[in-house]
Design a protein around this ligand. Structure first.
Ligand code: XIL
Length: 366
């Protein structure tokens, strides 16, 4: 049995479920995962970031912190940089939680994806912003917020999700959200230009959901991004969230094709928020296969980052009542939905080994 298979089999049987070694310890060298199927080391050796969404108030938990530092090379703040959290009143900034994440990242050699400067979802925006009806005043609040936040972290955060989920979730066009209504249809461009002015060295990303489903919505999204590039908007990357909450399997080749088309525009591409709920109602094999397929297709087409939306099954937004209420399709997944790569005790799951194997198959940096 070669070592790649050993990784999967060992983890699938639950033989090796702790710490950094998800491979059989007697795996022959130098093939396979070379001693430890650790995502962070596999990713570093291949120039592919392995990320997790993190929350500042969990970092004092030593097990949580060890898992973040031990298995990942990048973090995305799950809440702490959202507008409602970081800029709660017109005159106040709440830097503390975001600072704790950035400082933790600096101490552990993790990069940070700033998330997210502009997002139309009402509940993530402060009431004071939503209350501004004058277009000029609203625009100035947005420009000011981007300038202050990106400027604050300049040199410490090297990439930002500038706009999150600009498209309608179920149609092939821009969501007529509050930013669109107040600033205009060019609000995405406006936000990117503002972020670029605040830190010309930062990578600026557009982040979107359900692109992995393909179809006309993904095609329209790729065309929208192409038009941004054509207009000279300073966009450098596109994030594909990959929350597989529909329960439907990935259609072979669709994710890879979306990645390839975005790469052909000269852009960087990442999986930015992957999770695959299973609960007790779905076979674990579906989760393992989904992670493996997403990783394989994304890496083969040139993705440079693979981030999951959370650290362990012990805490996931998919189990929160608010998320459940907003997404009825989650009802088919029992709680806990166990959607991540580490279990609730921070042990690597079979899905972790599947991503490790996908990474291992990628070429080493030379
Ligand atoms: C979610 C958080 O996980 C929730 O806890 C929060 O209440 C709402 O936002 N797409 C995104 C993320 O881009 O920011 C969302 O995170 C999940 C969906």
């Amino acid at each position: 049995m070669n070592v790649v298979k050993r990784c999967v089999v060992a983890a699938t049987l639950g033989l090796v479920m702790s710490g950094l070694a998800a491979c059989s310890p007697e795996a022959p060298e130098p093939t396979g995962c070379t001693g430890a199927c650790n995502l962070a080391s596999l990713g570093r050796a291949r120039g592919i970031r392995i990320g997790a969404a993190v929350t500042a108030n969990r970092l004092p938990d030593a097990d949580y912190a060890a898992a973040v530092a031990g298995h990942f090379t990048a973090v995305t703040p799950e809440f702490d940089m959202k507008w409602r959290a970081i800029h709660p009143t017109p005159t106040s900034w709440n830097w503390d939680a975001a600072e704790r994440i950035v400082t933790f990242a600096e101490q552990h050699d993790l990069s940070v994806r700033g998330h997210a400067l502009v997002w139309g979802k009402a509940s993530t925006n402060p009431d004071w912003l939503l209350a501004i009806t004058d277009p000029a005043e609203f625009r100035s609040a947005v420009l000011d917020s981007i300038a202050v936040e990106v400027g604050h972290f300049a040199g410490r955060i090297d990439r930002w999700d500038v706009v999150n989920e600009p498209f309608l979730s179920d149609a092939a066009g821009l969501d007529p959200n509050v930013f669109h209504q107040r600033i205009g249809a060019d609000y995405v461009d406006v936000a990117f230009h503002a972020a670029h002015a605040a830190d010309p060295t930062a990578e600026l990303w557009l982040n979107e959901a359900t692109l992995e489903r393909g179809h006309s919505r993904a095609n329209a999204f790729v065309a929208f991004v192409a038009s941004m590039v054509q207009r000279g908007v300073p966009i450098h990357g596109v994030g594909i969230q990959t929350h597989l909450i529909s329960g439907n399997p990935l259609q072979p080749g669709v994710l890879g094709s979306v990645v390839s088309r975005l790469r052909a525009l000269g852009l960087k591409v990442a999986i930015t928020e992957m999770d695959v709920p299973t609960g007790s109602t779905r076979p674990a094999s579906e989760q393992i296969a989904a992670y493996r397929q997403a990783a394989d297709e994304c890496f083969a087409a040139g993705c440079e980052e693979f981030t999951t939306w959370g650290v362990s099954d012990g805490a996931t937004w998919l189990d929160l009542p608010a998320t459940r209420a907003a997404m009825p399709e989650l009802a088919s997944f029992a709680i806990p939905s166990n959607p991540l790569l580490l279990d609730a005790a921070f042990r690597p799951k079979p899905a972790y080994a599947a991503v490790a194997d996908a990474l291992w198959a990628r070429p080493l940096l030379t």
